[in-house]
Design a protein around this ligand. Structure first.
Ligand code: SAH
Length: 283
């Protein structure tokens, strides 16, 4: 069992056993069914599990000596660019500077890993742009001090595991759910190298959330539907924040921030984004 799967025993804390398999159909509230786009499988898309090891250097653009992908310099440059784009949360920038993004993408794409671009990760899915990852984490952490960590965080859409790795540096525990078995396995392989004991990978339909880990201080989704599934709001702690892409009235997708308060929720719709669709069930 890898560090990423290992259950963390903590006194008085109800933790699930790992790996956890969530029932694909159990208890999906009808309101969450409404937001289902298509349940079509992407299984025909080319997908080859890969296990990047050490210096994975891109094939097309040779990287100058001293700034190989294993070098801190390439990540520092990416962080400088993020700061220039207006991202300012020191804890988020430090986390982005620490996680080796090239280890999460296919070898042929590794030379683009530190550019501000989304990249394919197999099964028709993509790893988000660094700018968008940083922006969403900044929103989740709003109001927190530099050395203050978020508590338990639920991530819907593990994908290749990159964002879960970044989250592990700013949160006490990360529960990350993926509905595609191929990507769940890939993320586990990718994360093994990092030995992040506070990241828990789950296979299941994230539209149901993950009740066993609730309440969450923060919930973040990397896939967007037509509405926010009620389970996410239920599983958010009072005082907690949810950041997710969602389709708006104009038909575009935008980032939505929901704060849960003792007597209701407050919702803000922010900038337009382009995330893969949130789908129900597992494949
Ligand atoms: N955070 C990821 C981004 C992955 S893309 C990363 O860093 O790589 C979004 C992911 O959401 C896809 O892998 C997709 O399969 C997944 N997804 C879509 N609907 C889902 C659902 N209902 N439950 C869990 N994962 C879902």
């Amino acid at each position: 069992m890898s560090a990423a799967e290992r259950p963390q025993a903590a006194a008085g804390d109800k933790r699930p056993g790992f790996p956890v398999r969530l029932s694909p159909n159990a208890g999906v509230p009808s309101a969450t069914k409404r937001i289902v786009g298509s349940n079509a499988s992407n299984a025909s898309d080319a997908f080859k599990p890969m296990r990047p090891k050490h210096a994975v250097v891109g094939l097309q653009k040779p990287v100058p000596a001293g700034v190989g992908l294993d070098s801190q310099t390439v990540r520092s440059r990416m962080v400088e660019k993020l700061a220039k784009q207006g991202l300012q949360d020191a804890a988020v920038l430090a986390a982005m500077g620490q996680v080796e993004r090239h280890r999460f993408v296919d070898t042929a794409l590794a030379n683009q890993a530190y550019e501000d671009t989304s990249l394919p990760i197999g099964l028709g899915q993509t790893i988000s742009k660094p700018n968008v990852v940083a922006r969403m984490l900044e929103l989740l952490r709003e109001g927190k001090g530099k050395d203050e960590r978020l508590g338990r965080v639920l991530e819907i859409g593990t994908g290749c595991g990159y964002q879960a790795a970044v989250l592990s540096h700013v949160a006490s525990e990360v529960y990350s759910i993926e509905r595609l078995r191929g990507l769940h396995d890939k993320a586990r392989d990718n994360l093994r190298h990092f030995r992040l004991a506070n990241v828990h990978l789950l296979f299941g339909d994230g539209m149901e959330g993950f009740a066993k880990g609730a309440p969450y201080a923060a919930i973040i989704a990397a896939a967007g539907g037509e509405a926010i599934p009620p389970a996410w709001i239920d599983q958010l702690a009072v005082g907690g924040r949810l950041v997710a892409p969602m389709q708006t009235a104009s038909g575009q997708q935008a980032l939505v921030v929901i704060d849960k308060m003792a007597h209701g929720i407050r919702q803000a719709v922010l900038e337009v984004v382009h995330f893969v669709p949130l789908k129900s069930g597992t494949n």
